[in-house]
Design a protein around this ligand. Sequence first.
Ligand SMILES: NC(=O)c1ccc[n+]([C@@H]2O[C@H](COP(=O)([O-])OP(=O)(O)OC[C@H]3O[C@@H](n4cnc5c(N)ncnc54)[C@H](O)[C@@H]3O)[C@@H](O)[C@H]2O)c1
Length: 261
Amino acid sequence: MSGMLDGKSAVVTGAGSGVGRASALRFAEEGARVVCADISLERVEETAALVAKAGGTAVAVRADVCAEDDVVAMLDAAVENFGRLDIVFNNAGIPTPRLGAKLEDHSVEDFERLIGVNLRGVFLGSKHAVLRFKAQGGGGVVLNTGSVAGLVGWGGSVYGATKGGVHQLTRAVAVEGAPFGIRANAICPAGMPYTGFMAAGGLGDGSGPDEETVRMTGAQHPLGNPITAEDCAEAAIYLVSDRAANVTGVLLPVDGGYVAK
Ligand SMILES: NC(=O)c1ccc[n+]([C@@H]2O[C@H](COP(=O)([O-])OP(=O)(O)OC[C@H]3O[C@@H](n4cnc5c(N)ncnc54)[C@H](O)[C@@H]3O)[C@@H](O)[C@H]2O)c1
């Protein structure tokens, strides 16, 4: 049976955990060869091993998405290993440093760190993807991970601002890239208690969410369930595949109806 991403070469950032790991696994299952990039080499090597165990093809690369040289090297890795670059999924992101922090609770260092990873990282990944796609010819696909926090005024003020910026970059790349066959879209997840994100934001000890967190997260969404990394991976596969050949500039909530509420 043919896969939705047969013959494609993809880079996924933040592939050491959560949405990035689930997407790397599913992209490979659909036939893509995947560069799994993350700031944690150990975790991304685990992801590449899981892909290989499932019969797919992946390489692990340590890359800090804030560092331009790392971003260029991670895209080079796709060309060196797989001959070309078709898909760049700029997914790596960090949460508000203290969950529930209001605007005035953020230090300048908090602001710069959030902007640095969540917005600068997507800027660098998108910029170098576009340069590579144009040099290569034949178009290409950028997918970014935004957030419902960038669509509504709740979910972290500075964090939400970084994601609002990601959404605008996505639209701009879609419009500027269209004459070159370059598409750009974003997935906008709502609360995902099962990824490493909430622990990274200081909630829980990293051993997984407690029942109350899961219940409360799900209760915010009309469909009643928390969002999972796998929900995001399924949306991502569609947007990066040729089935979405005429879909660009879309900010797709993966949110159980939260934004529609
Ligand atoms: N979990 C949620 O509730 C939620 C909701 C909306 C949007 N998101 C977004 O989804 C994306 C994925 O988050 P997740 O829930 O899978 O979180 P996660 O913490 O499980 O995974 C994030 C990964 O990004 C990596 N990373 C962090 N900084 C990096 C850097 N500078 N360079 C490279 N890699 C880096 C981490 O090592 C980690 O492996 C993020 O962009 C996040 O903002 C998450």
